[in-house]
Design a protein. Structure first.
Length: 719
């Protein structure tokens, strides 16, 4: 359904650009009124508008010099009014779709064409008004040439109305034909002067006592309007609207199945369009007024993101606008916490009796959308905002692709489907590992560690395991996953061992939603079990392996996993699916942190070989190295500057080793920038010493056996 507020079937007004009003406000009234004979600008106006018309680069204009007289008028309407008077004894003929004013003023008008668009007979006593561009379809009327010939043969007057000049492109305005008795232009449509009308009429009428020539001879003219017209013409050319709105016009028309025309503010519906009938004008043209859609903030945001993607531009070129609040939900079932993405702050707790649908339309959700439509960062998005200010790509990049899946965005409902299309589902913290950089909310084993060492994590962490037994998942109960869902992402804990994840997969399959869903699952690959049989029927499957090293480094960080087993499982996955790349994908996240920084020469080559060589037929993209940001004590900021030197040297060595391999060197350069940009703080050093001692005690590991630098760091004292 076309939104009638954006796509009008009753109004086909031109685009009013805010810049028009802004420039009007700066008009030098004092200066104008300070002159004696102020507003005496008739000749200046006529010269200006004539040259302004000829200055178009998007259209061609020829033959205006054929007319003896150039008269200043109150917009094209004044030329019509005079022509009604001049030709009152003749029969007015217009085409279907023509400017409706003629019909309203001349009740006895007659059509020039039938309902199929065929030309009807023209009589000697007729006269004709024809718009160019033609108001019915924003193009040259298909019978214009025929009409000119008949008018010439039968000596029939023809007024050519160029009121829509300034809104059009590719219109050949050639007025040499002798059949044309007058041509009028105005500034109302092209540069927003509908409330301060003025224009020009070209004719060969000598002063026969008719109003326009009389008024021009006696200078009884809208001279203040002319002065303002000059002011606006100096700023805005006749192609201004097309230059500014063409991209967004193409976008809104394309996604709504509307055909573009040669006029920026109207589109046409093809016969097969579901709403063809409701936009029909005079039973011939299904004409859509698209002015509001072009000005709609949401359309503007969506079209600029889409165009940037098309042109290969990065998210840094996008406006401050994220698609997540309009398309996505991130839901932590065990804690009943919802947000639009996994990095958003100020997440919302779904209260008893509330649903995710309530959250979707809550004030908090609406306010975030409103901020983005106003081009500013919501306070909850400081993570992305800070990342981008530091010159890094933020998470909003991942949501750009959803611009293709929706036609419109709205503050109240998010999008036209009124539900999220992407569900990021985190059931609970059930996990079989206790990784160094993990938190209690992501692993029940880390939760146990935290209970023994409560100071290791911020106080706000809740006890998760107790909430694991929530009765039902709101994403199933509220049909948050439904036939419109196009992406489902599951993370744990570890999803392959979680029956709640399996329940959600079954729910999708039983309801037939799986066929439409691109499934993404992040797993630690400690096992390949029946989960993989369950996900087979989804539209596509991308499995993301969490690996933070290989060999001893891996086993230290991802305790108690065994590297040889994980590697075997990954190779198994490659073998199973490598010939089905169109459906199955594989990617890897590596959290770059203190615990894997000193052993890179050991694990990077093996990881690169596994991913880029063994997995070459199934991988999607490069290895995703994430700079560790949590918890305190696990980051490189615990390293005094001089201790970073060997890490930098190792990376330089690896860069040499992988010279010529673009993906690998890209990864290594990224790691180098993480190391170089880390800022030592004593707080983080102390946190390292405390955290790793506690973790080693609990996990029965020993960081100092991984590399001697950890021993040095454990005993490091800031002087
Ligand atoms: S800007 Fe970043 S934090 Fe905000 S909703 Fe988008 S992805 Fe999430």
């Amino acid at each position: 359904m076309l939104d009638k507020k954006l796509f009008s079937n009753t109004s086909h007004a031109s685009v009013y650009d805010y810049e028009f009003q802004k420039h009007l406000k700066s008009a030098p009234w004092q200066e104008w009124l300070g002159k004696s004979g102020y507003f005496e600008v008739k000749e200046e106006y006529l010269t200006k508008i004539h040259n302004w018309i000829l200055s178009t680069k998007r259209n061609t204009v020829k033959g205006l010099e054929r007319f003896k007289h150039r008269d200043l008028i109150h917009g094209t309407t004044q030329s019509f009014d005079e022509a009604y008077f001049r030709y009152k004894d003749r029969q007015l003929r217009i085409f279907r779709g023509e400017y409706a004013y003629h019909k309203r003023v001349n009740k006895n008008f007659k059509w020039l064409d039938d309902e199929n668009g065929n030309l009807l007979e023209i009589n000697d006593n007729d006269w004709i008004i024809l718009s160019l561009p033609f108001c019915g379809n924003g193009d040259v009327h298909k019978h214009m040439g025929d009409i000119f010939e008949v008018c010439q043969q039968k000596n029939i007057p023809l007024l050519l109305d160029c009121a829509w000049f300034g809104t059009c492109e590719n219109i050949p305005i050639d007025v040499y034909h002798p059949a044309i008795t007058e041509v009028s232009f105005s500034l109302s449509k092209g540069i927003g002067l509908g409330n301060v009308r003025s224009g020009i009429r070209y004719s060969n009428y000598d002063d026969d006592g008719s109003p326009i020539r009389q008024q021009n001879n006696y200078n009884h003219l809208p001279l203040a309007s002319a002065q303002i017209g000059i002011w606006q013409m100096e700023k805005f050319g006749p192609d201004y609207l097309f230059d500014k709105y063409e991209n967004i016009r193409d976008y809104v028309c394309h996604i709504n199945g509307i055909h573009t025309t040669n006029c920026i503010h109207i589109g046409l519906l093809p016969k097969h369009h579901a709403e063809y009938e409701s936009y029909l004008v005079n039973n011939l043209y299904s004409k859509v007024g698209i002015r509001q859609a072009l000005k709609d903030k949401g359309s503007r945001m969506l079209s600029s993101v889409t165009n940037n993607i098309k042109q290969g531009k990065t998210v840094a070129d996008d406006p401050i606008f994220c698609l997540a609040p309009f398309t996505s939900v991130y839901y932590k079932a065990s804690q009943k916490i919802a947000s639009f993405c996994c990095v958003q702050e100020e997440r919302q707790k779904i209260q008893t009796g509330e649903t995710l649908s309530d959250w979707w339309v809550s004030d908090h959700s609406k306010n975030m959308r409103k901020d983005f439509l106003n081009g500013k960062w919501p306070s909850a998005c400081s993570y992305c905002e800070n990342k981008e200010s530091a010159g890094h790509r933020s998470d909003r990049y991942d949501f750009r692709k959803f611009s293709k899946a929706i036609k419109s965005v709205s503050i109240d409902k998010g999008n036209e489907i009124e539900k999220p299309l992407y569900v990021d589902y985190r059931p609970d913290n059930l996990c079989n590992l206790m990784c160094t950089m993990c938190s209690p909310s992501n692993s029940n084993l880390v939760e146990k560690l935290w209970k023994q060492f409560p100071d290791l994590f911020p106080k706000k962490e809740e006890t998760i395991s107790e909430t694991r037994n929530v009765e039902h998942d709101l994403i199933m109960d509220n049909a948050v996953i439904n036939k419109n869902t196009i992406q489902l992402k599951v993370l744990g804990g570890e999803p392959t061992i979680n029956s709640r994840v399996h329940d959600v997969f079954r729910y999708c399959i039983e309801n037939g939603y799986d066929k439409n869903i691109d499934l993404k699952m992040t797993t630690n690959f400690t096992n390949i079990n029946s989960t993989y049989e369950l996900i087979d029927s989804f539209k596509s499957i991308k499995v993301n392996a969490s690996l933070d090293g290989t060999g001893p480094t891996y086993e230290y960080i991802r305790r108690p996993a065994h590297w040889y087993k994980v590697k075997e499982n990954i190779i198994d996955y490659f073998k199973r699916y490598e010939n089905k790349k169109e459906k199955y994908g594989f990617s890897t996240n590596v959290v770059f942190q203190l615990a894997n920084a000193f052993t890179m020469k050991d694990w990077i080559p093996e990881l690169f070989e596994l991913y880029y060589e063994t997995g070459k037929n199934i991988i999607s993209g490069k290895i995703n190295f994430l700079n560790c940001t949590f918890p305190i004590g696990t980051q490189l900021s615990a390293l005094p500057d001089k201790m970073k030197d060997p890490i930098v040297k190792d990376i330089e060595f690896l860069l040499e080793q992988f010279k010529g391999k673009d993906d690998q060197t890209h990864n290594l350069k990224q790691l180098l920038s993480y190391v170089q940009n880390s800022q030592f703080t004593e707080r983080d050093l102390v946190a390292y010493q405390k955290r790793f001692k506690a973790m080693d005690q609990y996990k029965k590991t020993d960081i100092t056996s991984l590399h001697p630098a950890f021993e040095e760091l454990m005993n490091y004292e800031v002087k």
